[in-house]
Ligand binder design. Structure first.
Ligand SMILES: NC(=O)c1ccc[n+]([C@@H]2O[C@H](COP(=O)([O-])OP(=O)(O)OC[C@H]3O[C@@H](n4cnc5c(N)ncnc54)[C@H](O)[C@@H]3O)[C@@H](O)[C@H]2O)c1
Length: 338
């Protein structure tokens, strides 16, 4: 069978990870990369040449118009996602795009309609759905091991805040960071959210407040059956990346712990010490990033629908916008208000 021809746009933090993972997959061939600054990096250019990637360009349009691609992986900053999805869909190219689809709801609806008309597959990079700890919780809940879920607790704290320049363009904590947790809240119990109540504060860095954002938040979600989820976020956890989920139900409770550098425990007269949790998303979710692209590839080969689609992106954006409205107006906001 001919190899599926992939292109990738955006070779920053996440793009490099996706490129490395694509290069390890036998059923595909990376034939093109596009990045605004790729030509300024001799070491990266050398690596791409060694891997035999034919087209290296600063222009996404050049890559798409080369007519060599079956699929594209979009890893550029948020503001280009909608346009780049639209361009690829119109060219009949399957799309894996990093989250979010866009920060504007109308634009997302518009783009999803173009994707639907084109018939290409679109998968969104909600990588946490491909983390083995969270898959285990999801599967146990689905198998009924905790009975009917009543309460979900999601802790999601970053080890450190991104630069203020990033914060300013990110769409804010709810749309940049909590959006992953909104998706997890739906995925983990398979229920839809009907109402959002969000509180936020600037407790980590006042420059984040000056940039118009918050760095600490609590969000209460109500599901369609009146069960609830609570999400807590911080931009700075001194001990590392804190990613935990718990589901409590009518028959029991299931929880996942953080992943640590190693599992040793040092016992002395002063106490017990362990390693810190893995530091950030690139380490904690290294396997999840591989797993999500393997899933995308499997869908291209089998013709199945992607496990995370445009609708999931749309719903998580709606929950995020409801959270923002709730925080600003200091009241619970129903999703159907958005
Ligand atoms: N799923 C996750 O865990 C996760 C983690 C981090 C980032 N992200 C998402 O991935 C995207 C990229 O984030 P990042 O942290 O890798 O950003 P980054 O700033 O590290 O990298 C962006 C790259 O895109 C290139 N670029 C920018 N505009 C371009 C354009 N118009 N055409 C071609 N290249 C362009 C830049 O040169 C840069 O190399 C964002 O949408 C972000 O939300 C997802």
């Amino acid at each position: 069978m001919a190899k599926i021809k992939f292109g990738i746009v955006g070779l920053g933090r996440i793009g490099k990870i996706h490129l490395d993972n694509l290069l390890q997959m036998d059923e595909l061939e990376v034939v093109a990369v596009a990045d605004l600054t790729v030509l300024d990096s001799p070491s990266l250019l050398k690596r791409l040449a060694i891997k035999g990637i034919d087209l290296v360009t600063t222009s996404y349009e050049t890559m798409i118009n080369s007519k060599t691609l079956d699929a594209v992986v979009i890893c550029t900053p948020n503001e280009s996602h909608a346009d780049y999805i639209e361009i690829a869909a119109k060219a009949g190219i399957h799309i894996f795009c990093e989250k979010p689809l866009d920060l504007n709801l109308n634009r997302v609806v518009e783009v999803l309609s173009v994707v639907k008309d084109s018939g290409v597959k679109l998968m969104l990079g909600f990588n946490r759905r491909f983390d083995k700890e969270f898959i285990k919780i999801h599967d146990l809940v689905e198998e009924g091991e905790v009975g009917t879920p009543h309460l979900v607790k999601i802790t999601s704290r970053d080890p450190g805040a991104p630069p203020i320049s990033y914060i300013k363009k990110s769409g804010g904590l709810f749309l940049d960071m909590t959006i992953h947790d909104f998706d997890m809240a739906r995925y983990i119990v398979g229920k839809e959210v009907t109402e959002v109540y969000a509180k936020g504060a600037v407790l980590v860095d006042k420059k984040i407040g000056e940039a118009g954002d918050i760095d600490t938040a609590i969000v209460i979600l109500t599901y369609e059956d009146q069960s609830m989820a609570i999400i807590d976020n911080s931009r700075e956890a001194k001990y590392g990346y804190d990613q935990r989920i718990e589901v409590f139900g009518s028959k029991g409770m299931v929880q996942s712990n953080n992943n640590f550098h190693d599992t040793h425990q040092l016992f002395t007269s002063e106490g017990v010490k362990t390693s810190l949790p893995l530091n950030f998303f690139l380490e904690r979710y290294a396997d999840a990033y591989k797993n999500e692209l393997q899933n995308f590839l499997r869908c291209l080969i089998s013709g199945d629908s992607p496990p995370v689609n445009g609708h999931d992106g749309l719903i998580s954006l709606k929950i995020g916008l409801a959270a923002l409205k709730s925080y600003k107006e200091e009241r619970p906001v129903r999703i159907d208000e958005i």
